[in-house]
Design a protein around this ligand. Structure first.
Ligand SMILES: C[S@@+](CC[C@H](N)C(=O)[O-])C[C@H]1O[C@@H](n2cnc3c(N)ncnc32)[C@H](O)[C@@H]1O
Length: 195
């Protein structure tokens, strides 16, 4: 089981120390509203996905940290799964939408993790990965601080995340939130579709 001690410790404090997420901005890159199921991977306290409950039929948050998930429960989110992205306990082709907000760089073996995500995404579905843009000086500084704090995180540039998703057959486009985060939007092609 990967080490997630810091988030276990931070769980009860997380929403007090991290600024709230403007979820409205996630509608376009996630192609919402949508029918069906949204999976928030590394979704923690639901900071980013709780505001999307009206834009999807069902929301599931999957996270390694039970204390983080307990905060999501307080927000009235009931579909909570404690699991690592490296072993997602979901059948193939299940979710219409997926999001990974500010979490991929904390996950082990990101190439394999992105493959796990795409396996559980429905053909025709959309995965949004939001990561701090490592090209920015401030983000480089954060990456250094996380290394010094022995957090084992690795922030990859958007092009590298794009290549990871493409290696698993995803069709990828890049954008940014205009506030220092990169958006990697991955569409899972329906079998037999071109491009
Ligand atoms: C910085 S927090 C982001 C939480 C949430 N996405 C947000 O934007 O508020 C990173 C989250 O990733 C989770 N995480 C780290 N490694 C994980 C793994 N291997 N599988 C699932 N979740 C993981 C942590 O427990 C933590 O809740």
């Amino acid at each position: 089981m990967p080490n997630n001690f810091l988030f276990d410790l931070l769980g009860p404090l997380y929403d007090h120390v991290i600024s709230p997420k403007e979820t409205e901005a996630l509608h376009a890159p996630l192609n919402l509203p949508s029918d069906g199921w949204l999976l928030d991977i590394g979704g923690g306290t639901g900071r980013a996905s709780a505001g999307l409950l009206d834009s999807i039929d069902h929301l599931v948050i999957c996270d390694l940290s039970l204390p983080m998930l307990q905060e999501a429960k307080e927000k009235g989110i009931h579909n909570l799964v404690q699991a690592s992205v490296t072993h997602l306990p979901f059948a193939a082709d299940t979710f219409n939408r997926m999001m990974v907000i500010d979490a991929l760089h904390h996950m082990p073996n990101q190439q394999e993790s992105v493959g796990q995500m795409l396996r559980a995404l429905k053909p025709g579905g959309r995965l949004l990965i939001e990561e701090p843009d490592i090209h920015l000086f401030g983000v480089k500084l954060i990456a250094l601080v996380e290394k010094l704090a022995l957090m084992k995180s690795t922030i990859h540039p958007p092009d590298k995340i794009k290549a990871m998703a493409e290696s698993h057959g995803g069709k990828v486009s890049l954008d940014s939130d205009g506030k220092g985060s990169a958006w990697v939007m991955v569409d899972k092609q329906a079998p037999g579709s071109q491009n």
